[in-house]
Design a protein around this ligand. Structure first.
Ligand code: C5P
Length: 400
């Protein structure tokens, strides 16, 4: 999941659960979010500015002024944020928030914020159950803030009950779900089939011919299409990528023949077909029943051509919009345009192994897109962002 470019303001108040913030920040940063952390003065008793700023890659503020005499503008930080999360939110900070007791940087920033505010309370069980906390949480909800409830379990006091701050994964999931829900459902009602990953062509029961494709590009496309409301059929060769999305139907295959058969189980029902798989062009003619033994000869392997899945899709095209990939090392544009014609495609995505950071093993890619009449060039981006560019382009073509 990508939080690329999302601006997240994290306000930490003084509770023992503050140590969990490190994990939350690391997760957000990994997913591409920009993080600004502010803390109440008391939070510094639990975590250090240094540990947090190292992870968030930005200075952490606890006061309106820094030691070097600069003004830490609560208004600027508040208006910069796409979301604000107060975590852990102590009983004291919660009370100050809902009653406008603006006596520190966290509350002043909160009161200047126009973005959605998430609150993850953390306190001892009796404080959490106290009528004043309950009332304050109700007030926060009436302000349209989103409460991520405290969980049941062992508390710092040694008591057991509700009051533990939600785990960082739970908080991260709520934030990701929030950002997903803001995405326009531009592919609602469409079925998108995506091939991904490598294929493995067996030589014997233990060996195969394969390639270095990670499957990341295809999985990123599947995730992005699903966020836009599409039903996604993802047909992947062996890959360590995982996907957890109820709108994505994942079918795992091994060889090109299996991939072809799986594609044509669904072909008539799809609106868009995207072939990002690195399908092996050849397979061994014979698959040995037993493991091939080592001997003194130099063996030769006879290969036969694999089916070209995308070309077959192009030949049988009725209404489907077809997108191919071309991974080239020379005469890139000419080869890509040739494949667009030969495979009867509507669009082809070219990535050149000559571009640093592009290609199958990287987390980034640099692409050019060709249609029969147009061309668009993109900069080096994360594969999640490349998936967005590709689907934006598909959507524009579908509207034509
Ligand atoms: O011809 P080439 O392998 O370069 O074409 C690449 C495009 O064709 C990719 O979209 C790839 O997924 C698809 N392809 C396929 N079946 C093959 C070979 C390639 O679907 N056997």
């Amino acid at each position: 999941m990508s939080l690329s470019g999302k601006k997240i303001l994290i306000a930490v108040s003084g509770g023992i659960a503050a140590y969990k913030i490190h994990f939350l920040i690391r997760d957000f940063v990994k997913k591409g979010a920009e993080i600004q952390v502010i803390m109440t003065p008391d939070a510094e008793n639990f975590v250090t500015k240094l540990s947090i700023s190292t992870l968030s890659k930005k200075p952490v503020y606890t006061d309106f002024y820094s030691d070097n005499g600069t003004w830490n503008s609560h208004v600027e930080m508040a208006l910069w944020a796409d979301v604000m999360i107060v975590t852990p939110c102590t009983a004291n900070t919660l009370a100050k928030m809902v009653h406008g007791m603006c006596d520190n940087l966290v509350i002043a920033t909160y009161m200047s914020a126009k973005c959605p505010v998430f609150i993850a309370p953390a306190m001892d069980l009796d404080m959490y159950a106290h009528p004043s906390t309950k009332k304050n949480l109700e007030l926060a909800e009436s302000f349209k803030h989103i409460i991520i409830p405290a969980e049941n379990g062992e508390l710092a006091s040694g008591l057991i009950g509700q009051g533990r701050m939600a785990e960082p994964e739970t908080i991260a999931k709520r934030i990701e779900d929030f950002f997903n829900s803001t995405i326009e459902k531009t592919l609602e009602g469409k079925t998108v089939l995506i091939t991904a990953g490598p294929t493995y062509e067996a030589l014997d029961p233990v060996r195969f011919i394969g390639n270095h494709s990670s499957g990341k590009m295809g999985f990123s496309l599947a995730e992005e299409a699903s966020k836009r409301g599409a039903k996604v059929i993802l047909i992947s060769g062996p890959s360590s990528q995982i996907i957890n999305d109820k709108n994505v139907e994942l079918h795992k295959v091994t060889s090109a023949k299996e991939m072809l058969a799986k594609v044509f189980e669904f072909y008539d029902t799809i609106d868009i077909g995207i072939a990002s798989a690195a399908v092996a062009d050849y397979a061994p003619k014979e698959v040995a029943k037993e493991k091939i033994k080592k001997n003194d000869d130099n063996p030769t392997i006879e290969l036969i051509k694999n089916p070209d899945i995308l070309k077959t899709m192009g030949e049988k095209k009725t209404h489907q919009f077809l997108v191919g990939f071309a991974l080239e090392t020379q005469n890139e544009e000419e080869n890509a345009k040739g494949k667009l014609e030969k495979k009867n495609l509507d669009m082809i995505v070219l990535n050149s192994l000559r571009d640093e950071g592009a290609g199958f093993k990287n987390d980034t890619n640099k692409i050019k897109i060709f249609t029969k009449t147009g061309k668009k060039e993109f900069t080096l981006k994360s594969k999640e962002d490349v998936a967005k560019d590709i689907l934006d382009f598909v959507e524009v073509q579908l509207l034509k």
